[in-house]
Ligand binder design. Structure first.
Ligand SMILES: [Fe+2]
Length: 462
């Protein structure tokens, strides 16, 4: 297991700070030392929680038949038909974890394409967690609300299904965020919850479902009114001595250099300014999904502000990950916290829940994803660069290898792959050089580690 540390922890510094606080409080208030704020996160307290991203749940009773269904699965690289079995196994593993996580975060794309039946059936599984003592907190993703692409895939072809609006979404998930929030944003489905005393969870709605017309808008943004609400409540969090964690569907920092330009739909609009503003306000970490890769990236600004984004891959795509997080706070009042993040993978499913001919589910998940990625690499090399299939076949395996590594996180090319990528990037042919540069960018894993790591969040400047 590889752990990386952002900065050395500073318990001594924090303890000195606490000592100073106690002495000052005594001098200022005589003998009254009671004012510590009983709802602060207690000294030395730790909390364990789990993170699942993009489960894209689909009620298979609606149908999994026809060419349209196959095209949908291939287009989106999602093991839709096996989604329920994967979710059940994930829940089993979360409940079997010792000690058991206190809550689960799901940062959006709860459903495949937002039909009501899939939402309702998903909540039945989430209630199983709550009944076993694991609270669940969700926010929507771009697929979940007022989605014109909600279909039942019947043998007669796709049939349009109703997709709940924002108000109905909040009602469906009333026990998984919206009915239990301590504050709700009047302009979006953002909310604040206190999953354990002293810890505020900011669930941020970064979706544009109100603008959906013929399809769901993939890109995300935080509206100015919601941004104002977030900043105001970050001030309240600091005034009330609350630790802050946050989640939203869209990315907030680049996961590879140039993502903001090449794949703007996967990172929130004005990501640099939005991330900086939140970071200055003291929001320094964000759990996300959307891009379906295992990736943790830290962005530092010149003024010392920083944001660590912990993006978790989809439950329906290789490597079928979820995360277990142990959050520990320093002495009360010091406001720093550490998060030990461990990634786990669903490798085994009961026989019959994935196609015959594979040794195990983990191998099937890899082959399923690899097969589609290879085919798409071939199509894109032919379409974008006008390559003949025979020539595209030279580069498609390299693209596939890099994309699969990107899905899994902690990208580390073999020496021979690295040499080939460098040669391609330096090729005189601009097309080949461009392919080489894309590959180099995919293999360039931005700090810190993606799967297992230790993150320290420092106290915001006073
Ligand atoms: Fe997704």
């Amino acid at each position: 297991m590889v752990f990386t540390r952002q900065d050395p922890p500073s318990p001594l510094r924090a303890q000195r700070g606490l000592l100073f606080f106690l002495v000052a409080a005594f001098l200022l208030s005589g003998c009254d030392l009671s004012g510590g704020g009983s709802s602060s996160f207690p000294e030395g307290k730790s909390v364990r929680f789990a993170v699942v991203a993009d489960p894209h749940f689909y009620d298979t009773d609606l149908g999994t038949e026809g060419e349209a269904f196959d095209a949908w699965v291939n287009e989106e690289i999602k093991m839709i038909a096996g989604g329920e079995a994967i979710l059940q196994e994930t829940i089993r593993q979360i409940l079997d974890t010792e000690p058991k996580p206190e809550f689960l975060l799901i940062p959006g794309d709860l459903t495949a394409d937002g039909d009501e039946s899939s939402h309702q059936k998903l909540t039945e599984h989430l209630y199983a967690l709550v009944d076993a003592g694991v609270d669940v907190w969700v926010v929507p993703g771009n697929h979940d609300i007022s989605n014109p692409n909600a279909f039942a895939y019947t043998s007669q072809g796709p049939v349009g299904m109703y997709s709940p609006d924002a108000e109905q979404f909040a009602e469906i998930y009333r026990d998984f965020g919206y009915g239990r929030a301590i504050k709700r944003d009047p302009d979006s489905l953002s909310y604040i919850a206190e999953p354990v005393p002293g810890l505020w969870l900011f669930g941020i709605d970064s979706n544009r479902y109100r603008e959906n017309v013929n399809s769901s808008i993939v890109g995300g943004r935080i509206a100015p009114e919601t941004m104002g609400w977030l900043l105001e409540n970050m001030r309240a969090a600091r005034e009330n001595d609350k630790l802050v964690i946050a989640m939203m569907h869209h990315g907030i920092v680049e996961h590879f250099l140039g993502q903001g330009d090449f794949m703007p739909d996967f990172i929130v609009q004005d990501w640099d300014a939005v991330g900086h503003e939140l970071a200055v306000a003291g929001m320094n970490m964000m759990f996300t999904g959307h891009y379906h890769t295992q990736n943790v990236t830290r962005r530092d600004w010149d003024d010392g502000a920083y944001m660590v984004e912990i993006q978790t891959g989809s439950l329906l795509t290789y490597p079928v990950p979820f995360r277990i997080v142990d959050l520990e706070m320093g002495p009360q009042g010091a406001k720093w916290m550490e998060m030990a993040i461990e990634s786990r993978f669903v490798d085994e499913l009961p026989y019959g829940t994935y196609p015959d001919g594979f040794c195990c589910f983990g191998y099937y998940a890899r082959k399923f994803t690899e097969h589609i990625v290879f085919r798409r690499a071939m199509l894109e090399l032919e379409a974008l660069y006008g390559m003949e299939p025979a020539r595209a076949k030279v580069y498609a395996p390299l693209m596939t290898e890099a994309v699969m590594a990107h899905f899994a996180g902690d990208e580390s090319p073999s020496f021979s792959t690295l040499l080939r990528v460098i040669r391609l990037a330096n090729d005189k042919d601009p097309v080949i050089s461009e392919i080489g540069l894309i590959l180099a960018s995919l293999w360039n894993d931005l700090d810190p580690s993606d799967n297992n790591l230790l993150i320290q969040i420092d106290a915001p400047p006073e």
